[in-house]
Ligand binder design. Structure first.
Ligand SMILES: *[C@@H]1O[C@H](CO)[C@@H](O)[C@H](O)[C@H]1NC(C)=O
Ligand SMILES: *[C@@H]1O[C@H](CO)[C@@H](O)[C@H](O)[C@H]1NC(C)=O
Ligand SMILES: *[C@@H]1O[C@H](CO)[C@@H](O)[C@H](O)[C@H]1NC(C)=O
Ligand SMILES: *[C@@H]1O[C@H](CO)[C@@H](O)[C@H](O)[C@H]1NC(C)=O
Ligand SMILES: *[C@@H]1O[C@H](CO)[C@@H](O)[C@H](O)[C@H]1NC(C)=O
Ligand SMILES: *[C@@H]1O[C@H](CO)[C@@H](O)[C@H](O)[C@H]1NC(C)=O
Length: 357
């Protein structure tokens, strides 16, 4: 009995020594979770880091470091992949490039956080998300840095469309300065049959196009808040409003209704917004703070969109200037003619005078 106790004691002591020993200085190592801060490429390549990694790890957090170029194979145990890993957090590492597909090392990942990095969207590696059949959540908010004027979300097409992201339920692309989301970009988000939450807030998107046919049938929440939407396309078969209604109409009574968030956009309440007002009043889609969405211009400034009457949504064309403008222009022209006349008469009289002298 006594001997057994001593043996257990020795085992506990040596195990705890081992755990302390094999943990990188900037890391915290527990059975299932590895947390590391302030890492550089050298730290990732170090023996100490590789000793911190075990095959049973379920979560790895490497954050607040300086890793411009990430080779995901640095996380593997030699050739062995981390089959148990379900969560990988790589936020705030100044990552500009990820050179290898995640599935090379973490094939069963369910959650991936890549927010607050410096990815260049035009040079993003095409196959990095390939074969991630289990992934449910990808966070790419604040993930891109680009000095070009217009960041087209279509640049992500190659990354998303070819992949088997069949289980993806949540995608965050907010705070990325995306400014184009047109017909060609529509398919970018249509690659996700299971997607429930799409966050596009805090970009510069003036409009969003979805293709209703097969796009996002499971969608429950789309966040378009704090973008540059000033007007919404007519209710047509490729338009956003039609697509939202279509997704909602495909839902069973026991499924979560679709919610859309338009807050923080500066709507221009001219004739072009009438269809949007009508849609707000009739749709079965839930619109976040529907009754607080406001007009952001002219006479209708600060009126809530739902309170504006049909005949108040007006458009003025450039040629159709008002009567007062005509009068002002007429007066100005007359004055100019008078000034020229007086001037000419003066010159004429002066010349006559000097020729007489
Ligand atoms: C991070 O590491 C650098 C050197 O690699 C060191 O100078 C700095 O003090 C560290 N910062 C923190 C917060 O540990
Ligand atoms: C994805 O899986 C297919 C089939 O298993 C394989 O041919 C391909 O190389 C894989 N791609 C990556 C990036 O691992
Ligand atoms: C992103 O890549 C493009 C094309 O290579 C390049 O022109 C641009 O300067 C890069 N932007 C940044 C911020 O590195
Ligand atoms: C919703 O109802 C359908 C049948 O009406 C059923 O097949 C499905 O399993 C239900 N889903 C949930 C999540 O309860
Ligand atoms: C809203 O749902 C009701 C009940 O399912 C349906 O009859 C109606 O046509 C729907 N309205 C719209 C605008 O889709
Ligand atoms: C409109 O609303 C904003 C914010 O609520 C307020 O600061 C502004 O004074 C309002 N303008 C008018 C003309 O009511």
């Amino acid at each position: 009995m006594h001997r057994n106790e001593i043996l257990i004691f020795v085992i506990i002591i040596s195990c705890s020594f081992k755990a302390v020993d094999l943990c990188h200085n900037n890391c915290e190592c527990t059975d299932k979770i590895l947390t590391c801060h302030n890492f550089t490429k050298n730290d990732l390549n170090s023996v100490k880091f590789h000793q911190s990694i075990t095959a049973v790890l379920e979560q790895i957090h490497i954050t607040k470091g300086d890793i411009p170029e990430l080779d995901i194979r640095n996380l593997c145990l030699g050739d062995k992949r981390l089959d148990s890993l379900i969560k990988l957090d790589l936020t705030r590492n100044g990552i500009t490039r990820i050179t290898q597909p995640f599935s090379d090392c973490v094939p069963n990942l369910e959650e991936l956080a890549l927010s607050h990095n410096h990815w260049n969207v035009s040079t993003i590696e095409v196959n990095i998300f390939q074969n991630m059949t289990k992934i449910k959540k990808i966070d790419m908010s604040h993930a891109f840095l680009d000095n070009s004027d217009f960041i087209n979300i279509a640049d992500l097409q190659a990354v998303f469309s070819d992949n088997n992201l069949q289980a993806l339920e949540e995608l965050s692309l907010d705070h990325n300065e995306f400014s184009i989301f047109d017909k060609n970009s529509a398919n970018v988000v249509c690659a996700f049959p299971a997607l429930k939450v799409l966050d596009l807030s805090y970009n510069f998107l003036p409009k969003i196009t979805l293709y209703h046919k097969t796009c996002l049938p499971r969608l429950e929440y789309i966040d378009l808040s704090w973008n540059s939407i000033i007007t919404i396309d007519d209710y047509s078969h490729n338009g956003l409003l039609y697509s939202l209604d279509f997704i909602q109409s495909g839902k069973l009574p026991n499924q979560t209704v679709l919610t859309v968030n338009f807050n923080g956009n500066e709507f221009d309440c001219d004739c072009g917004l009438l269809e949007f007002r009508n849609w707000l009043l009739r749709t079965n889609v839930t619109v976040a703070s529907k009754n607080e969405l406001k007009c952001h211009n002219g006479n209708l400034l600060n009126r809530t969109i739902v309170s504006v009457q049909s005949n108040e949504f007006k458009c003025f064309s450039v040629n159709d200037s008002s009567p007062t403008e005509h009068i002002v222009i007429g007066v100005l022209v007359t004055l100019l003619v008078l000034v020229v006349l007086v001037f000419s008469v003066c010159v004429f009289l002066n010349r006559k005078k000097s020729s007489v002298l």
